[in-house]
Design a protein around this ligand. Structure first.
Ligand code: NAD
Length: 269
């Protein structure tokens, strides 16, 4: 692959599985040194496995434990990465989870956990990234931008989702946070965009595709008629992180096989 991100350092949160691991592999293949973030000791082995795979392909990076919902841990992660690599050029705000419940049965704990990781976690990481981008400024040999942030949103930043109000609210919140900070820091040549995945085969949604019946039902929502894979998101992340997308700022790139095209209307409603 073209080494479009050569010499740059990327932090990918929640990268021990699923989309985060795919993005870490893709950014590393494009030449970035990657920080494979994972939240707990229980996910350390998986993170190390992702890094080994990356190194086996000639890539470089480290693993780093940090719960993105904890301010002190996020501040320390950025400080340690800057100490080790000199700076951070790219943040992929990917960590996220679901705690599903009917709205009238949803506990405050389920609400707070999803908002705390999916939205506050993205706020904390983006804030530390922007502080570092402002400190360093543009290094023309590496990129036209002073820094790039990619927020992992979802089609559910625009599609309401019954039974998942906490998750949909977190993704809707990411959309307006992303646009607001893109507007605020564009004059500093900091680019902030989101990826809105549709259905991608990962542990978060395995019950939606791991039987032929479930997959067939899921495909009714996807005009392009295939379920996505993490490589689809990795390729989009490399483009959004590279200077190929230098004039793209404050937008959500839906990578969803057309899920946001109201497929229910495809036969004239
Ligand atoms: P996943 O469960 O494989 O990945 C989520 C990752 O986040 C895991 O590695 C987990 O360890 C990590 N994580 C959880 N809490 C954390 C914390 N406090 N700090 C740091 N890391 C933490 O699922 P995925 O599908 O790969 O999800 C990745 C992102 O993509 C999420 O933000 C999710 O909302 C989004 N997304 C996924 C899909 C899909 O179809 N898979 C669709 C739309 C959006």
């Amino acid at each position: 692959m073209d080494q479009k991100l050569k010499g740059q350092t990327a932090i990918i949160t929640g990268a021990s599985s699923g989309i985060g691991s795919g993005v870490a592999r893709a950014l590393a293949a494009a030449g970035a040194s990657v920080v494979v973030n994972y939240p707990t000791a229980a996910t350390e082995a998986a993170a190390s496995g992702v890094l080994e795979e990356i190194k086996g392909q000639g890539g470089a990076g480290i693993v780093y434990q940090c719960d993105v919902s904890k301010e002190s841990e996020v501040v320390k992660m950025f400080a340690d990465v800057v100490k080790q690599f000199g700076t951070v050029d790219i943040l992929v705000n990917n960590a996220g989870l679901q705690r599903d419940a009917s709205f009238h049965e949803m506990s405050l704990e389920q609400w707070n956990m999803v908002l705390g990781i999916n939205l506050t976690g993205q706020f904390l990481c983006a804030r530390e990234a922007i502080r570092e981008f402002l400190r360093r400024g543009i290094v023309p040999a590496r990129s036209k931008a002073a820094g790039k942030i990619i927020c992992m949103s979802s089609v559910h930043e625009v599609i309401p989702w019954a039974g998942h109000a906490n998750y949909a609210a977190s993704k809707g919140g990411i959309m307006m946070m992303m646009k607001s900070i893109a507007q605020e820091y564009a004059p500093h040549k900091i680019r902030v965009n989101s990826i809105g995945p549709g259905a991608i085969k990962t542990p978060i949604n395995h019950q939606a595709w791991d039987t032929p019946e479930a997959e067939k039902k899921l495909l009714e929502l996807i005009p392009y008629n295939r379920v996505g894979v993490v490589e689809d998101i990795g390729a989009a992340a490399v483009w959004l992180a590279s200077d190929d997308s230098d004039y793209v700022n404050g937008t959500t790139l839906f990578v969803d096989g057309g899920m946001t095209l109201y497929p229910g209307f495809s036969t004239n409603g």
